[in-house]
Design a protein around this ligand. Structure first.
Ligand code: SF4
Length: 447
């Protein structure tokens, strides 16, 4: 295999045993290589991913109007209450503000919202240009909090100040700013971290936990609100679903509030089953453990005929995965395995070394593993490894279609849940519908 499309500086981020792209383990959790046209989002976008689903929060994007185009519409977190979070507010910085400073515009924006809406909670995102001109966002937020008796929390997220993982961290710091400083009475129950209620997935997980007798106290941040987040310190366990975005928060809550955490995944039968059992075990709740075993084996049994039916269509097909975090990629490899499919390319935007170690142990020796990929690399490896389908997000969809490869959206704008047992049904049907769609035969030879 040649390396025509791989930049020299990128070779350390790619692991392909036969190709020798990386000698001593794989490099990850680092800033993108300049000029490599990373598929990864910026720091501000990473922060917004985590905070946007808080349903009664106001999100003020302090920067030019372009940054504010990242809104609820491209996320799809659902709410059982308020829908304020579906609005996006921007200070719309212009050239004079860049020259003379944007603090006045930020103050005016916060005051307008305070007077019109009497909010409990506002997040103010500092974007690239604010990082350059050096507005004192902290001071403005503090002044406004005191004047209007509300929480105005700065999120230090200039897009250039690192990578998407830094944005996650900034969002977690903002959450800690909100919930710390209380000495609550503990009560039995868990917080769910790193689930954003895409297509109602938080509700599915909550329902499963209810079935096995485990209450959910707070939700970070799918379908959460100001009052609910303040309850979080009462929990006895944190359950981390999207490890990439929320492990930092879980670590801080463990250190500062004494709440231990476990990492889970509710994608696929195998991971949903083991996650529910492990949550019960972590709470040392034998009754819940028994219920989890009974519930998951009954659900898995119900799904078996459907899996067998679709397996006949999918056996031997080859999958490429490019998703946000390592845990999702690991669950997807297992899901494809259970369908008789092979994962031939797998990459993430924010995976950590531990995640890549597990990924490497799950895939074959020919599989290409890559961190922080760009379109040229994805194209090259998908073609070379003859992928039948790509699982990714909105930025990867056109890439797959242009290559005549089937696609499954596993990101934030999808409208159907992929979590839990019900999610497995949707997943199998979508993979089958996309791979075996007759449209692909009309594209053969045209590319
Ligand atoms: S990179 Fe900078 S300018 Fe672009 S969206 Fe992110 S914060 Fe805004």
């Amino acid at each position: 295999m040649g390396n025509a499309s791989v930049l020299e500086e990128r070779k350390d981020f790619i692991l392909h045993k036969q190709d020798g792209c990386s000698g001593n383990g794989m490099r990850c959790d680092a800033n993108s290589v300049s000029g490599a046209v990373s598929q990864r989002a910026c720091v501000y976008c990473g922060a917004r991913v985590v905070l946007n689903p808080i349903t009664d929060a106001f999100h003020i994007v302090h920067g030019p109007i372009g940054c504010a185009s990242y809104t609820w519409d491209i996320r799809g977190s659902l709410s059982s209450g308020e829908d304020l979070y579906r609005n996006s507010f921007s200070t719309d910085l212009r050239e004079p503000d860049i020259i003379f400073g944007g603090e006045k515009r930020l103050t005016a924006a916060i005051e307008e919202i305070a007077v019109k809406y009497h909010p409990k909670l506002i997040f103010v995102y500092a974007t690239c240009i604010v990082g350059v001109i050096g507005d004192d966002v902290d001071a403005v937020c503090k002044m406004m909090s005191e004047k209007y008796h509300m929480r105005v929390i700065p999120v230090k997220s200039p897009g250039f100040s690192g990578n998407k993982s830094v944005g996650y961290k900034m969002a977690c710091n903002a959450i800690m700013e909100l919930i710390k400083g209380q000495t609550p009475e503990k009560r039995k129950g868990v917080n769910i971290l790193g689930d954003f209620n895409l297509a109602g997935e938080m509700w599915i997980i909550k329902d499963y936990l209810k079935k096995i007798g485990i209450p959910v106290i707070s939700r970070f941040t799918g379908d959460s609100n100001y009052e609910n987040l303040l309850e979080a310190p009462k929990a006895t366990l944190n359950v981390v679903q999207c490890a990439g975005s929320s492990t930092y928060l879980a670590n801080r809550m463990e250190e500062e509030m004494g709440i231990p955490y476990i990492k889970v995944s509710f994608f696929g039968i195998e991971d949903t089953t083991s996650s529910l059992i492990r949550i019960a075990e972590a709470l040392q709740d034998e009754q819940a453990r028994q219920k989890a075993i009974e519930f998951t084996s009954a659900e898995a049994e119900k799904l078996q005929p459907l899996i067998e039916k679709y397996k006949r269509n999918l056996k031997g097909k080859r999958a490429a995965i490019y998703v946000g975090g390592g845990f999702k990629a690991i669950s997807l490899i297992r899901q494809f395995d259970s369908l008789g499919m092979e994962t031939v390319v797998v990459g993430t935007q924010t995976g950590k070394k531990d995640d890549y170690d597990v990924i490497e142990s799950l895939v074959g020796k020919d599989t290409v593993i890559l961190d922080d990929a760009n379109p040229a690399e994805l194209e090259k490896f998908m073609k070379e490894r003859k992928a039948d389908i790509l699982v990714g997000g909105v930025k990867e969809r056109p890439l797959a279609y242009k290559l005549g490869i089937a696609f499954c959206d596993h990101n934030h704008e999808r409208k159907h849940p992929l979590s839990g047992f019900v999610g497995m049904i949707n997943f199998v049907k979508e993979i089958n519908g996309s791979i075996n769609n007759p449209v692909w035969k009309y594209m053969e030879g045209s590319l």
